[in-house]
Structures are given as structure tokens and as C-alpha cells.
Design a binder for this molecule. Structure first.
Ligand SMILES: NC(=O)c1ccc[n+]([C@@H]2O[C@H](COP(=O)([O-])OP(=O)(O)OC[C@H]3O[C@@H](n4cnc5c(N)ncnc54)[C@H](OP(=O)(O)O)[C@@H]3O)[C@@H](O)[C@H]2O)c1
Length: 247
């Protein structure tokens, strides 16, 4: 069941909806958005004026989370639903669940994804050795998602190398690039807009199969975090001369 935001949030949303008439921002569902990574992304997109719904296996859990976040942040207006409801109502669906539940969650929401873009944030971490690269036999984890969903869903991979710690701190200007991989260039471009809305720089990383590089890199970054006692190492691509260099 879709749960609407409270009154002041609805008013804020009306203003945003009016602005969206001009900017036509897509609506976004964050499946597994009650977790660290999904919450950080949802917060940033909502603050940027996107219509964002947090999804959970349990709609009550999503509702409790959204009520808390809408109370905490005056510039946020999130909605809540169960994962399927959230996916059904959105233009772009972002998958933020642990690797172990990636494919079962995709199967669960598959009927709500037809013709849409699915942005997969999953990193194939295998606890307890998460600072060690342990890729699935097929290589990239996200390639299996595209295989399950078929060509009617444009699957894009992004955000593997950005730490939830930084995403959840809305005042933190994150110095990290996001490699965006996918076989459909237009879907990649749409995702790069979402990356920018979250305050990061998105960079075309090529076809979906190239996501293996971003997926593997996360374990290296986790190891760096531990070794240097920092909350969120990231990556920056140098050499770009189109004005998109990070200062
Ligand atoms: N955390 C980071 O810094 C970070 C950075 C880059 C990439 N990532 C990737 O982003 C994804 C999410 O990370 P996270 O740290 O946010 O994970 P998380 O907090 O452990 O879990 C995210 C959500 O997944 C859902 N979930 C838990 N068990 C599930 C199950 N059996 N079936 C379906 N859904 C289940 C839960 O939502 P409900 O219980 O509400 O359904 C939970 O809130 C992971 O693949 C991770 O590798 C994380």
C-alpha cells in the first residue's frame, strides 16, 4: 500500500511537482531503501527535487523510516511503499539490497520493471571477507540481473564505489566519481543525471559487463578504509578535459 507523505511534506511536494512540470524529472523508487546506501541516495534525490519512494519488503518498515527522515530533514519529502508498489509507481528503479538477495529481489519486482530503467547498486561482497574481491563465476553480478529481466528492462550499474557514510551526510560535498555502466547509452545518460543530482560526477563506464571493474574495486576501497581508518575512500578519474573535472 502506497503511504503518502504528511501534510507539510505534501505541500512541499506540490511545489516540487509544479517545478517538475517544467523540468520533467523522473520519479524514483529505491528498492531496499531502508538500508544505508538506499537511504543516502533517496535523501539526496529528494533534496534535489525528485519524487522518491523508499521501498522495503515490509511497507510498515518503509513507512516508519520515511516518517523519521521527513521529520529530521525540512527539505525532504519522501514517500513509502513495499518494494513492488514502489517499483510499480516509479520511472526509474534503484536496487540497493545485499548481494545475497539481489536476484531474488529482482525476481520479486520483475513484473513492475517492463520498459523502465533499473539502476543496480549491488556489490558482490561475500562476508566475512568483504575486503577481498570475490566475484561471481560469471564475472559481473549485474550481468545476471539483465539476463533475468531480458531486453525490455534497461539495466544500468552505478554507485558501487560511493560510501553510504558520505551519502547520508547531506552537508558533505563528496569527492568521488561514479562509474556508470550499461548497454543502453540513453539509460546510462539518465543515470548520470541522477548521479549529478546526488552531488557526484557520473562517468560513462561502457557496457554493462564493464561493471565488473566497479564491483571489484569496492573491496579494495573497503580495505583502504580499514588500513587508513577513514569512513569512505572513493575514486576520481583524471584526464577529462570537458570541464567535468572535480576541483
Ligand atoms: N553501504 C555502503 O557503503 C555501500 C556502498 C556501495 C555499494 N553498496 C551496495 O549497496 C547495496 C545495499 O547496501 P546497504 O549497506 O544499504 O545494505 P543493507 O543496509 O544491509 O541492506 C539494505 C536493505 O536490504 C533489504 N534486505 C535485507 N535482507 C533482505 C532479504 N533477505 N531480501 C530482500 N531484501 C533484503 C533490507 O530492507 P527491508 O528489510 O526493509 O526489506 C535492507 O534495509 C549492497 O549490495 C551493497 O554492496 C553499499
Amino acid at each position: 500500500m502506497h503511504v503518502p507523505a504528511p501534510l507539510q511534506c505534501r505541500q512541499a511536494r506540490v511545489v516540487r511537482l509544479l517545478s517538475q512540470v517544467h523540468t520533467s524529472l523522473p520519479s524514483v523508487a529505491v528498492v531496499g531503501g531502508t538500508g544505508e546506501q538506499g537511504r543516502g541516495l533517496a535523501l539526496r534525490w529528494s533534496a534535489a527535487g525528485y519524487d522518491v519512494t523508499i521501498g522495503s519488503r515490509a511497507s510498515a518498515r518503509a513507512r516508519a523510516e520515511v516518517e523519521k527522515l521527513n521529520r529530521l530533514h525540512s527539505n525532504i519529502s519522501l514517500s513509502s511503499d513495499d518494494n513492488k508498489g514502489a517499483a510499480r509507481g516509479a520511472d526509474i528503479i534503484v536496487l540497493t539490497v545485499p548481494f545475497k538477495f539481489q536476484l531474488s529481489t529482482v525476481e520479486d519486482i520483475a513484473t513492475c520493471l517492463d520498459g523502465k530503467i533499473l539502476v543496480d547498486v549491488t556489490v558482490p561482497l561475500v562476508p566475512p571477507k568483504v575486503a577481498r574481491v570475490q566475484l561471481p563465476e560469471a564475472g559481473s553480478a549485474v550481468v545476471n540481473v539483465q539476463r533475468i529481466l531480458g531486453e525490455n528492462v534497461r539495466v544500468v550499474s552505478a554507485f558501487q564505489n560511493v560510501s553510504a557514510h558520505h551519502l547520508n551526510d547531506l552537508d558533505h560535498k563528496i569527492k568521488c566519481d561514479v562509474l556508470v555502466c550499461g548497454d543502453d547509452v540513453e539509460a546510462r545518460q539518465e543515470t548520470i543525471k541522477l548521479v549529478a543530482a546526488a552531488g557526484l560526477r557520473g562517468i560513462h563506464g561502457g557496457p554493462l559487463v564493464n561493471s565488473v571493474a566497479a564491483e571489484a574495486l569496492t573491496s579494495v576501497l573497503i580495505g583502504i578504509n580499514r588500513r587508513y581508518k577513514i569512513p569512505g575512500a572513493g575514486i576520481i578519474i583524471t584526464g577529462l578535459s570537458d570541464g567535468s573535472e572535480i576541483e
